[in-house]
Design a protein around this ligand. Structure first.
Ligand code: UD2
Ligand code: MN
Length: 543
């Protein structure tokens, strides 16, 4: 009996000893691996941080009858119920875990998070995820820029966390100027911008650093995973999409072309992108400063992602997405905060600044897509234009040809488009009567825009409709049929109905009609805002 028991004890002891030795050596091994080669899939060997009084900081749960979306446009209860250090599904491609990222660089990163009235639990999770999922020697600091939140303690209470520094704006500046302030405070070699409701995933920083250490003029973005705004469930996003925009300068996702996919070889490899989706990116502090940081004339929210992308591409750098780096973000449907002075024109004004500085002659396509932008006062662009000339940046045409060939000129079959004018009068559609008339030109009158001369079908189009002649004399807008009532040609500034050889003319009461073409008649001369082809100036059939 005694023997049996002591044998059992011995067996247990030796198993324990074996397990302990195995555990210690494997831990040492892991640490060694980190020191030498920085593999980024294992359990972190550094101590996790916690905010001692987390529950107190986050505060009480919302009342049962509270609208949980009202304050932050995401479900406050779901966010509050999660611990700051929850675990996340590893959404990277399985092989990302085996990539080795070279020796530990001596350079460090400053993480910059601007926030305005952020939910405390979301803000805390952002910071804790960075501290717990990043090797400490890579992080210089986490700079929280409090953009004048109502409660100063939202930020100040977090300054007890390791590496966290909090700066607070004297007045509400908007996210762009807040990030500039954060960048000016930063001491690290690299800057990483994050929103205040993010969670970085395992091994997120190393693959980004790997790219900027290879090319210091690169702007790199992680793949932005989705944190569900209702359930806070963490979901993978497609790692095969690049960022672009349309002529309104609205951001959009684009699939990688077949050629780009084949050239890439591996789904883990970084790929070039015309633009970054938003504000989550890493850049060398030096390159950011040489690029003039963000345009400080951009207000509150929007367009800075396009600005930094265009600047980086046109002034000697590039933009990349790195699929082995994953950061989650709570995407929401509305802005939960106010825009001082109203938000109606903020985005339009911000995009106008970007178009004016970086689009060159192509800005006319922006104005065509956003006619209301013309009348806005965008403020001085002096500083941005200086950066552009100092860095000897390339013209937008180069970007269109080499970086973003998917951004087509608006319908290549159109030889002219915009407003169709005669002096200060513009052709205007009348929805109810499906007629057309002339009226004083007005930039913000949408029914005067979107006219185009389509050389392929010889039609004058207004959106999806075509200028057509009914009963040989009435001018109307009808569905395009390519019939002879809709076929026009342009001779110099005259617009001629092909079937009859008559000219489009304005009458005394600004009505439109057809009449015999007369050389030099002012009432028969028409111009489009944008002419893409020189006009044939040999009038036929004109008396
Ligand atoms: C997207 C980007 C964001 C930025 C923005 C366009 C992602 C995931 N997010 O924003 O980074 O590029 O588009 O400008 O790509 N904030 C302030 N002061 C303000 C307003 C906002 O500090 O006056 C903070 C806010 O608390 C948040 C960050 O700025 O941390 C971005 O704002 P958002 O989350 O409302 O914008 P989102 O996600 O639509
Ligand atoms: Mn956001």
């Amino acid at each position: 009996m005694w023997r049996k028991r002591s044998l059992l004890r011995l067996a247990m002891l030796s198993t324990f000893a074996l397990v302990a030795v195995y555990y210690t050596t494997s831990q040492l091994h892991t640490i060694k691996k980190y020191r030498n080669r920085r593999k980024v899939g294992s359990v972190p060997p550094w101590a996790p941080v916690i905010l001692v009084n987390e529950l107190q900081y986050v505060g009480t749960a919302p009342e049962d009858d509270e609208d949980v979306f009202a304050r932050h446009a995401f479900n406050l209860r779901s966010s509050n119920e999660l611990p700051s250090d929850r675990s996340l599904p590893d959404t990277r491609h399985a092989r990302c875990r085996d990539v080795e990222y070279g020796a530990a660089p001596l350079q460090t990163t400053s993480v910059v998070v601007a926030f305005h009235n952020e939910d405390r639990s979301a803000l805390l999770r952002t910071v804790v995820s960075v501290l717990n999922r990043t090797p400490p020697d890579l992080i210089e600091e986490v700079i929280l820029v409090d953009d004048r939140s109502d409660d100063e303690q939202d930020g100040s209470l977090l300054s007890s966390l390791p590496k966290v520094r909090v700066v607070r704006n004297q007045a509400r500046e908007g996210l762009i100027r807040s990030r500039i302030l954060g960048a000016l405070e930063a001491r690290g070699d690299f800057l990483m911008f994050l929103d205040s409701h993010c969670e970085v995933n395992v091994g997120w920083l190393e693959p980004l650093l790997d790219r900027v250490t290879q090319n210091a003029l690169t702007v790199v973005s992680p793949v932005i995973d989705v944190i569900d705004m209702d359930t806070f469930q963490y979901r993978a996003s497609s790692p095969q999409l690049k960022g672009g925009f349309d002529w309104s300068l609205y951001f959009k996702w684009l699939p990688l072309s077949h050629e780009e996919r084949t050239r890439r070889g591996s789904p883990m490899e970084p790929f070039l992108s015309p633009a970054i989706a938003g504000g989550l990116f890493l850049i060398s502090r030096d390159w950011f400063q040489r690029l003039g940081m963000f345009d400080s004339g951009l207000r509150i929210w929007g367009a800075e992602n396009l600005e930094i992308s265009l600047k980086s591409w046109l002034c000697g750098g590039n933009v990349e997405v790195v699929p082995c780096s994953r950061v989650g973000h709570v995407f929401r449907k509305t802005h939960p905060y106010t825009f001082p002075g109203g938000n109606a024109d903020t985005y339009l004004r911000n995009t106008k600044r970007v178009a004016e500085v970086w689009l060159g002659d192509h800005k006319r396509f922006f104005y065509e897509a956003q006619p209301n932008a013309r009348a806005l006062d965008a403020g001085s662009l002096q500083e941005q234009l200086e950066v552009k000339s100092q860095l000897d940046c390339r013209p937008f045409q180069w970007y269109l040809e080499n970086v973003f060939p998917e951004l087509k000129l608006p319908n290549e079959e159109n030889s002219a488009f915009g407003q169709l004018k005669q002096g200060s009068q513009c052709l205007q559609s009348e929805v109810e009567s499906s007629g057309v008339k002339l009226a004083e030109c007005n930039e913000s009158e949408l029914s005067q825009h979107s006219w185009a001369f389509n050389v392929h079908t010889a039609s004058i189009q207004h959106g999806k409709l075509c200028l057509s002649v009914r009963n040989k004399l009435n001018l109307v807008l009808e569905t395009c049929t390519q019939s002879y009532q809709q076929e026009w040609s342009r001779h110099g500034r005259a617009v001629v109905l092909l079937s009859s050889g008559q000219c489009l003319e304005s009458g005394i009461r600004s009505e439109l009609r057809l009449s015999e073409c007369r050389r030099g008649a002012m009432s028969q001369q028409w111009d489009f805002t944008v002419e893409l082809q020189a006009q044939d100036d040999h009038p036929v059939n004109i008396t």
